[in-house]
Design a protein around this ligand. Structure first.
Ligand SMILES: Cc1cc2nc3c(=O)[nH]c(=O)nc-3n(C[C@H](O)[C@H](O)[C@H](O)COP(=O)(O)OP(=O)(O)OC[C@H]3O[C@@H](n4cnc5c(N)ncnc54)[C@H](O)[C@@H]3O)c2cc1C
Length: 389
């Protein structure tokens, strides 16, 4: 069976690996001219670590990742608001939680794909998808070329997915009123005593730091902002200073000592859940199907889960594509929609501009039963995976 994948991000590359491992004939098309990993870093939670093991890359990923121990919550005045014991989640789910730079992550996935004999076809921007024959929708590229395949996988991301538009007529993401500045900090000096997430909560603002080693971390500073505005790299430092200059020393260290070329600014969008992910021989996966806010911490992890499940569904139903697509949607819809909605609820609390609400929120955090939180996270993330929770 010939499979063509549109988009060479986490969802596209990981599904190419999963399908190739099962013997499918796979091609993958990416609009960029070369490997270009956007974003700073990701946390590979144990559900994603399981999938990475199935893809044959977990050992390599572990070798360059931080092994996270805790997620510490603090106020913008450095008050301790409690901590989630990540090692407890790891024990519950049987895999480590890993912090890794996106560039490393992408490099390892691409090299695994190449070792299986598949090269990403760069410089192939999808411009439209047409149904001349419902069994073989036709994909057109900007360079004038076109392709067909038995199965088309739309993994072209959250912002302007042609595959999502083909399936449901609309591909507009929803701006959720949050800006994120993300960056990668590196130092000769030892800057972190523990490989633990530090999550600082303010009023309408948040700053998260995720160490990868004792010398290196990626970070995200977020602020509520009603409208999508301009992006000018040379203003990012001043923008960060105007918000975070009186926050704890670790936050200031990240923003001051990260070179401006390693800072990016993102107006954060997600997608409303949609029930239908497939039309004719095309199915959408990853952010094109179900993009959650970064407050979920699960976007890339869910893209990896998609890859594993879709490969299994196609492998188990080689002569009935519609059955495979329906099975995949049944397995994935509830979990991913739950993650989208929970991430919105969490974001509306984190980025609230109501001072009294934020004080009560911080008090609540101090009184939280974090063992219960860890159990709920482990249970939710393990859904539909063979993990012994
Ligand atoms: C600020 C921020 C922080 C995040 N942090 C985390 C985190 O810590 N943990 C986590 O799990 N997730 C995180 N995420 C979410 C995660 O980045 C995404 O969910 C994940 O990358 C989805 O993978 P994807 O392959 O579906 O989409 P993408 O990674 O966006 O890949 C889509 C690919 O399709 C290509 N493409 C797009 N249009 C076309 C076209 N027309 N033709 C051809 N190719 C095309 C793109 O160039 C891209 O390579 C974060 C997201 C943001 C915004």
């Amino acid at each position: 069976m010939k499979v063509a994948i549109l988009g060479g991000g986490v969802a596209g590359i990981s599904s190419a690996i999963a399908l190739k491992q099962k013997g499918f004939d796979v091609s993958i098309y990416e609009r960029h001219e070369s490997d270009l990993s956007i974003g700073a870093g990701i946390v590979v939670w144990p559900n994603a670590a399981y999938v990475l093991e199935q893809l044959g890359v977990l050992d390599e990923i572990e070798a360059v990742s931080g092994h996270l121990t805790r997620m510490c919550r603090l106020s913008s005045a450095n008050e301790d608001l409690g901590a989630i014991d990540i090692e407890r989640i790891n024990r519950n789910m049987g895999y480590s939680s890993l912090s890794i730079l996106r560039s490393e992550f992408q490099r390892i996935l691409i090299s695994r794909l190449e070792s299986l004999g598949v090269a990403i076809q760069y410089g192939r921007t999808v411009t439209r998808i047409e149904t001349k024959n419902p069994d073989q929708a036709e994909v057109h590229f900007q360079n004038g070329s076109k392709i067909t395949a038995d199965v088309l996988i739309g993994a072209d991301g959250r912002m302007a997915s042609h595959a999502r538009r083909y399936v449901c007529g609309d591909n507009s993401p929803v701006y959720q009123g949050i800006i994120n500045w993300v960056g990668v900090y590196e130092s000769e000096e030892e800057s972190f005593q523990e490989i633990a997430v530090a999550d600082y909560w303010g009023v309408g603002e948040r700053f998260g730091i995720v160490p990868v080693t004792k010398h290196k971390a990626y970070w995200a500073g977020g602020a509520a902002c009603a409208d999508v505005g301009p992006r000018n790299q040379y203003e990012y430092k001043a923008e960060l200073r105007s918000i975070f200059s009186d926050w704890p020393q670790l936050v200031r260290m990240m923003t001051e000592h990260t070179p401006v070329e390693r800072i990016n600014k993102i107006y954060v969008h997600d997608h409303d859940p949609i029930h239908t992910w497939h039309k004719h021989n095309l199915i959408v996966i990853g952010d094109a199907a179900h993009a959650p806010l970064p407050t979920s911490g699960q976007g890339a992890c869910q893209a990896l889960e998609d890859a594993w499940h879709l490969a299994n569904c196609l492998n188990e139903n080689p002569s009935d594509l519609q059955k495979a697509f329906v099975k995949f949607t049944e397995l994935r819809f509830e979990k991913t929609s739950g993650i989208i909605m929970a991430a919105r609820t969490f974001a509306s609390s984190l980025f609230s501009r109501d001072e009294r609400f934020c004080m009560a929120r911080n008090e609540n955090s101090k009184n939280t039963d974090f063992a219960k939180v860890a159990a709920a996270m482990s249970g939710g993330w393990s859904q539909h995976l063979p993990l012994n929770v």
